[in-house]
Each structure stands twice: as structure tokens, then as C-alpha cells.
Design a protein around this ligand. Structure first.
Ligand code: SAH
Length: 563
């Protein structure tokens, strides 16, 4: 089957009632402006825990979660950024995805005009259709298995992407029949219900088991299972898992580190909890040193801002729209001593080690031939959860010594997100998003969406480290993938069918025709916009597929449809 034939087959996919969706991007257009320098929100810690306690009584925290976090930090000391992010996004007490918004602002979720951001599947149905088609091409290339196919989506939002994918796959009845189950990995109870309503119907019942929540999909009555973690999805070596992660990895918690010069006579003892004092690092030696300083990674930790802080005293940068939030409750501080994570995580990849071993004046080479500055002051962000998810995907597809796949690798994963595509390690990329604007990531914890650039190279490394049965393609720009999948042809077809249904004899009808055409074209152009901040350029796609010595490239990654 050629790409044209697949595109033709797709033409008979019924048109969804909503052709183009609200136009606001997930990544506000200013998202790609130079991020505020770390100096803007990193402070030397100037308050001790005792001082904090004194002021605590009258201090008003912006959200219940902020109060709880501050109490925890007062008791145990500043926490890693990853712990802060996890609490803010998916924590039990009013996390962004676990109830905070619903409680404070009823009838609002994270998505769309009333929400905080909009994602590609919410912009145009064509996005989900092309993703569905991508799995069809993998199913064809992998010998059209007649059973054992699993569709797995991590972080499915409102369920729109899975809905568009399943509707598309219905057009390929043999593949539709091969699907044993759909798995949705979702942390948010509210979004789980929204997904069930969309995919199964509002009246459909949901039952609970040890694995998760169960219902049946309106497309072919396929069983759907909701789990909170990917580990809850049973591992079966005979299955063909098709895994989707769209705007999921950017919501996973990151650790941030900075490279600092440490005098050799000041060997700070490793400790699991950072000790921060106002007088600088403990155990400072007065002895003169004969050798030069050494370089160590130090972790950036989250601690409360001083009481009575204002946006002015905290110097919240204008790019973080101070007028939209109260002053941040928290700030980043550099740990004066090593932490458990700073001793371990930056040692995991040669990419981080290269930054450490280069001197201040030298440049660290990147895989694409370009360079970046290394040495003291360098920052890196590391996302251990991204490593865990990528390893899990790869193992399900390609097997591993502890999870062998006797009948060989099968399945595929498609990861779409934003982050550098040049192999560089993300730095300074944490941002807060409220109602389509960039805000401080430390303002109103729980009500603010947090997001960080995805390190695609780290994801690829994790996948190939975890399984010898997989290979990784990309990252490629979203525009490249969608154009390569025949998206433009699909839009033209939708226009033709849609216009045929709108005769346009009266003036009002003519206006409706024009609006229909411009909405559909505009939403498509937004997805493939390759301007400096365009979604087609800043969003990237990475594919994990069964190892085949690089002989077969997936469609949209330079390959053609094979049967
Ligand atoms: N993929 C969707 C939604 C992206 S928003 C779209 O493109 O429209 C992020 C999604 O991931 C939400 O559904 C959120 O609830 C979910 N999520 C975030 N962190 C998660 C975690 N740790 N485990 C499971 N789901 C998570």
C-alpha cells in the first residue's frame, strides 16, 4: 500500500462533528523567548528555619498546597525541584492535575479557551487521525497481527487524541479487530471521567478492579482500562503494544543542577538532605590550598521566599507576567553541599560528564556538530521519570533479559513533545502556565501548570539502554512528521467534503463556508507552522520501533509505508 493509498483509505473515515478546535496553543507564543535567567529566581538562602517559623503564624500562603509544602520544607529543609513539581502536578493535596483547579474554579479544566493551554489534538482532528494512521502503518509493516494489539496512551488529557485515533483505525477493520484492549495511564480522576465520557459515552458504566478502572469503548466495544501508573499494565511478551505519549514527558518532574567550583580543601560531606545555612558551606578550611578548585554538581532546591516578599523584591521578570499571580511562595536555592541526587544523576550519561570535564572557556560538542559552553556555572536538567517511562516502552516493545520476548520485538511508541532537537541538555526550561500566559512556576502551586523541555536524546538513550530489541528514530520536527503522513491531503479532502455539505446559497451560508475553510486551514497551518515559535518547529517526534538494523524507517521519519 502506498502512502497515497493509505491517504485514500483515510478519506472514508467519517468526519468528526468538530472540524477545527479552539486556536490557543499549549505553548504560549512567547514560550520560546529566552527563558528568564536562573539568577532571576535563584537566591542565596537568607532565612533559617527558625526565622521561617516565627513569621509562619501570620503568613498567608497562596494555596492550601503551598502551605503544606512550606510546612514540609520547614521540617525537613529545602526539597528537590522534582519533589516540588510532583506535588504541584499530581500530588494528593490539590495538585494541578489532581483536583486543585476543579476545587477553586468550578467548570474549568486545563484545556481550551477557558483553560490554561490547548494541545495539538484539541486544535485539529487531523492531528489524531494522522497519529492513528501512523500506528496503522506500523501494524502493516509488522505483518498485520490478527490479535494481541494493545493501544496504550500515557497522559491522555480529555481523551480527544485517543478518540480521533480509534475512529481512524476503525477504517482498517482488520487492525481494529486485532486490538485486545486500550490502556489509558492517567493520574487525574477528573480527566479519567472526561475520557470515559468521550470514549465510552456518559451513560457507560465504569467498574473498578485491582488493576484500575474498566469500561468499553463506543468503537467496537473494545475494553478500556485506566491505570494510574504504566507499571500497572500487565506485561505480556506476546502482545503488540502501540504506545502514545503526547505532551506527557514535559509534565514529568525534573531535577536541576549547577556546576560549581569547590576548593579542594573543602570536601563537603555527602548528605541525603542538603544543609543550608546563612554562613555558607559547613567545614570551611582555613588551610591554604596548593591545587586548583574542583568542579561539583550542586542541586537547585526549592525553599519558601522570605515573608512579605513582593514581585518587586523577588524581581519577577516581566516575561512571567507578575500582574497575573500573587508573588511566588517559593524560589530556587543552590544547595551548598552535595545531595543524594547531585552525586548520582549527573553521572549517568556521558553527555553530562562532558559538560563537567570541559573548562569554562571550552565548548561541549553536541551530536549534531554544534557546541555549547561547559565548565563552572553550567546548568543541566535531568528527568529520571522520563528515563523510567522510555525504558518501560522499550522493554514492552523489544523485551529485555528480565522480560524476554521469545517471538521477537513488536509494537511501537510515538513520543511527541517540545524540547531541543539538537541533542543539547535542557537548561532553565521550567515554566509556569496560567490561562495561556507564562507565569512564575513558583506562584500559586497547584493552580499553575508546570512544564519543562523534554530531553529527547536522554529518552532515546534510555530506550536503547533498556532493550536491545528496539531502535529509535528522530527527533523530527512535528511539521515534518505531519506533512510526511499526508496531512495536507487530508485537510483538502475534509474541505471538499465539508463544502459539499454547505451549499452557500444565502449570504449567511456563504459566510459560514468561508469561516469553515479558514478555520480548517488555520488550525492545520498552526500545527505545521515552522516559524521560530511555530508548533511545527518546536514540537518534535521520536519513534521507538522493533530493531531492524535501521533498514526500515517508520513513516514520517523518512520511511515509506510497507506491507
Ligand atoms: N496528551 C493530552 C494531554 C496533555 S496534558 C493532549 O495532548 O491533549 C498532560 C496529561 O498527563 C494530563 O492528562 C495529565 O493528567 C497527565 N499526567 C501528568 N502527569 C502524569 C503522571 N505522572 N502520570 C499519569 N498521568 C499524568
Amino acid at each position: 500500500m502506498t502512502r497515497l493509498a493509505v491517504t485514500r483509505a483515510l478519506r472514508s473515515v467519517p468526519r468528526a462533528t468538530i472540524l477545527s478546535r479552539p486556536q490557543l496553543p499549549r505553548t504560549p507564543s512567547f514560550r520560546n523567548r529566552a527563558p528568564p535567567s536562573l539568577a532571576n529566581y535563584t537566591r542565596n538562602l537568607s532565612v533559617t528555619a527558625r526565622r521561617l517559623n516565627d513569621d509562619e503564624d501570620e503568613r498567608k500562603w497562596s494555596t492550601p498546597l503551598a502551605k503544606q509544602l512550606a510546612e514540609a520544607i520547614t521540617a525537613t529543609g529545602p526539597v528537590p525541584l522534582a519533589s516540588f513539581m510532583r506535588m504541584c502536578l499530581t500530588g494528593d493535596i490539590g495538585g494541578y492535575y489532581t483536583g486543585a483547579i476543579e476545587k477553586s474554579e468550578q467548570n474549568r479544566d486545563q484545556f481550551g479557551v477557558q483553560g490554561d493551554f490547548v494541545t495539538s489534538p484539541e486544535i485539529s482532528q487531523v492531528f489524531g487521525e494522522l497519529c492513528g494512521l501512523w500506528y496503522v502503518t506500523e501494524w502493516l509493516a509488522q505483518g498485520r497481527p490478527s490479535k494481541g494489539v494493545e493501544l496504550i496512551e500515557v497522559g491522555p488529557g480529555r481523551g480527544t487524541l485517543m478518540d480521533d485515533m480509534l475512529r481512524t483505525i476503525q477504517n482498517f477493520p482488520e487492525m481494529a479487530k486485532s486490538i485486545d484492549a486500550v490502556y489509558m495511564v492517567e493520574a487525574s480522576p477528573q480527566l479519567r471521567i472526561a475520557q470515559k465520557n468521550l470514549l465510552c459515552g456518559e451513560d457507560a458504566a465504569m467498574s473498578e478492579s485491582k488493576v484500575g478502572y474498566h469500561s468499553h469503548c463506543k468503537y467496537g466495544n473494545i475494553p478500556i482500562v485506566w491505570t494510574e501508573t504504566i507499571k500497572s499494565i500487565p506485561y505480556d511478551p506476546e502482545k503488540t503494544p502501540f504506545i502514545m505519549a503526547h505532551e506527557f514527558f514535559d509534565a514529568l518532574p525534573i531535577h536541576a543542577f549547577q556546576l560549581v567550583e569547590v576548593p579542594p580543601s573543602d570536601p563537603s560531606p555527602p548528605s541525603s538532605i542538603a544543609t543550608i545555612t546563612t554562613s555558607g558551606p559547613k567545614g570551611q578550611s582555613k588551610k591554604p590550598t596548593t591545587t586548583g578548585p574542583t568542579l561539583e554538581w550542586r542541586e537547585l532546591l526549592v525553599s519558601p521566599t522570605p515573608p512579605h516578599s513582593t514581585h518587586l523584591t523577588l524581581r519577577t521578570p516581566p516575561s512571567q507576567n507578575p500582574h497575573l499571580t500573587p508573588p511566588p511562595d517559593f524560589q530556587l536555592t543552590l544547595s551548598p553541599s552535595p545531595t543524594r541526587h547531585s552525586l548520582h544523576l549527573p553521572d549517568l550519561s556521558p553527555r553530562y560528564r562532558a559538560i563537567k570535564s570541559s573548562s569554562s572557556s571550552s565548548q561541549v560538542p553536541l551530536p549534531d556538530g554544534t557546541t555549547r559552553a561547559g565548565g563552572p556555572g553550567s546548568l543541566i536538567e535531568i528527568c529520571p521519570d522520563a528515563y523510567l517511562f522510555a525504558s518501560d516502552f522499550a522493554t514492552r516493545i523489544g523485551g529485555s533479559p528480565s522480560h524476554p520476548k521469545p517471538s521477537g520485538p513488536k509494537g511501537a511508541a510515538l513520543i511527541l513533545d517540545y524540547g531541543p532537537g539538537d541533542g543539547s541538555v535542557p537548561v532553565n526550561s521550567l515554566r509556569g502556565i496560567r490561562k495561556h500566559h507564562l507565569v512564575s512556576p513558583f506562584a500559586e502551586p497547584g493552580l499553575t501548570d508546570l512544564s519543562a523541555d523534554v530531553d529527547f536524546t536522554a529518552v532515546a538513550e534510555a530506550a536503547t539502554d533498556a532493550s536491545e530489541g528496539v531502535e529509535v528514530h528522530g527527533p523530527v520536527e512535528q511539521a515534518w512528521l505531519l506533512e510526511g503522513m499526508g496531512g495536507r491531503e487530508r485537510v483538502e479532502h475534509l474541505l471538499k467534503v465539508g463544502l459539499a455539505k454547505r451549499p452557500g446559497s444565502s449570504e449567511g451560508e456563504e459566510e459560514e463556508r468561508e469561516k469553515f475553510v479558514s478555520d480548517l486551514r488555520r488550525s492545520w497551518e498552526r500545527l505545521v507552522d515552522r516559524g521560530p515559535n511555530g508548533m511545527g518547529r518546536i514540537y518534535k517526534a521520536l519513534a521507538i520501533v522493533p530493531e531492524n538494523d535501521g533498514r526500515r524507517r517508520p513513516v514520517g521519519f523518512g520511511g515509506d509505508v510497507v506491507m
